[in-house]
Every structure is written in C-alpha cells, then in structure tokens.
Ligand binder design. Sequence first.
Ligand SMILES: C[S@@+](CC[C@H](N)C(=O)[O-])C[C@H]1O[C@@H](n2cnc3c(N)ncnc32)[C@H](O)[C@@H]1O
Length: 312
Amino acid sequence: MALGKPLDITMTDMEFRMICELLKSRCGLHFDEDSRFLVEKRVARRVQENDVGSFGSYHFLLRDRGRGEEELATLIDTLTTNETYFFRELGQLTALVEEIIPEVILRRRALGSSGPVTIWSAGCSSGEEPYSIAALAMEAGLNPAKDLRIYASDISRTVLTRSRRGIYRESSFRETTPALRSKYFIEKDGQHKVSDELRRCVDFIHLNLMDRDKIALLGTMDVVLCRNVIIYFDMETKKRVIETFHEKLKPGGYLLLGHSESLINISSAFELQHLKNDLVYRRPAPGESLSDPWHELASAAVAQVEDDRGPR
Ligand SMILES: C[S@@+](CC[C@H](N)C(=O)[O-])C[C@H]1O[C@@H](n2cnc3c(N)ncnc32)[C@H](O)[C@@H]1O
C-alpha cells in the first residue's frame, strides 16, 4: 500500500504502555519515555500500512494469533538496531579462535570425546559476526566445516534473509583488511559476496531469544556469543536470557558479550576469565575452582597454538 500523507494520530499514554508491554513480553525489547517519539513514529507507519486506523486497533492486530505474528516481526524490524560489521571487536574474536576453541578441543581430547566445537551467534543480525568467526578460524588453521558447528540466529527475518544471501555493502568492511577481503569475498558489479566456502560453515535460524521452547530444540553449546543485543533489554529480560544461555552452555562453556555489556547485577553463575586477548565469561564445570586443571589446559592450548604457528 502506498503510504501517502503521514497519519495524523497521537499515541495516548495507555496505547504507548500497551504496545511497549507487548514488545517487552514477546521479544524482550525495552522502550521507555525517551524512545516514545521513535516508537510512535514507527508504529504510526505500521498503522497506516495495515490501514487499521488507530493504535488501539493495531495493538489488537498484533495480538491476533494468525496475522499478529507476522506483523510483530515486521514491527520489530522497524524498531531494532541491526548495526554490525565484519571482525567487530576483533580482540574477542581472536580470543575465540586462538584460545577458546583450542582449549575446548584439548579438553575434549583429555576426556576422550570428539565432535565439532559448537558455537552460537545469538542476535547475529545480517551475518557479519558468524562469517567473521568462520574466516578467522580458517586463518588459524582450523577447518570450520569439520572442527566447528556455527549456528547463527536473529529475531528479524529481514536480516536473516540478508545473512543467507551473503551480499554486503561497503560499510560492513570498515574493519576488514584488504587481505581478508580478497580472500573471503568475491566482488562483482560493485557488490561483495561472501565466498561459498564461508557460507557453508554457518547455519542460520530464525529465533526469538524469549522463545525458550524453540531454544530447547537447539543442542548444548561450547560457546555462545551474544554481543550488542542485551543492551536493548530491560533487567528482567537480561536475567532471563542469560539464564537461558547458562542452561544451553555445556559445563566449562564460554559466554561472549559485547564490550559495553557485562553480567554485573544480572548473574553470578559465570566466572570471568582473563584470556590473553580478552576477558570472557565461562560457565564453571561442576566442582571446578581457579586452581583446577582447566587453567593448565588453557595455557597448554595457547602455548600449542603459538608453537604450531611459529614466530610472527
Ligand atoms: C546490534 S545487532 C548485533 C549484531 C552482532 N551481534 C554484533 O555485535 O555486531 C542486535 C541484533 O539483535 C537482534 N535481536 C533483538 N532482540 C532479539 C530477540 N529477542 N531475539 C533475537 N534477536 C534479537 C536484532 O534483530 C539485531 O539484529
């Protein structure tokens, strides 16, 4: 439908509260008075697009079991921030491929088990994060298709479609070196497409982090990355989502948050690990303390990677 002239309606306090409450309970997104102008403007466009005439009727539409789900997904797309780029917070991704993954592999071997290291990029936006992990893993001498299983999820279907297409604009490459860019991306007609080799390494899934039933269908993980996502949630939702990650992580598994995020006042179930390249959270294994063999294994893993690689 053509939008034409903007709809001249004002959101009442009650309508604002009802819509924010629905967004919070269904997808964890938190909007307060400071974001009222933004919410009102964007919801007004959806009211107009759906031709329902008022915010009240639109709220009713969102609660509809059939059409409501699809409309909520569209509304979320207009309200969420999908900002991301390749190799964002590189120190942390380096810690993942050079310290965490080797430690998990070594710990597995010590326990006599095998299988790929499972990694979940939760809130992956348009896919730059999981593709960066696959590229860095290859650079570190791993074979992501065999050594890793990378899952990437987001609530927005629009960004997931972009992830799967794997075609990116210039702004996604602001932190990408020319060497990595020419190795893992193909340039054609002014567009940059991620190589098939990288695309094969990542499984994209549509997932709302509030949907515990669907999350239960995912297996347990060695590493969860949830970077620059929980900043948009209120305290109650942050606690709930972090609790879910704790359940999904194997004992000894790692949780990587964005650099502006921490677990202070949210959870005490994780311990902070000082790695060479970054600080990360870890779900302790039962009965483990700071003097336990894990620390020796971690140091041994890092030393081995450095030996294998030789002097830089
Ligand atoms: C700023 S992006 C972060 C992308 C990437 N992790 C990074 O750090 O570059 C935040 C993403 O979280 C997603 N998101 C927000 N709420 C969500 C929810 N309840 N479930 C799943 N994803 C959600 C948004 O759709 C958005 O793509």
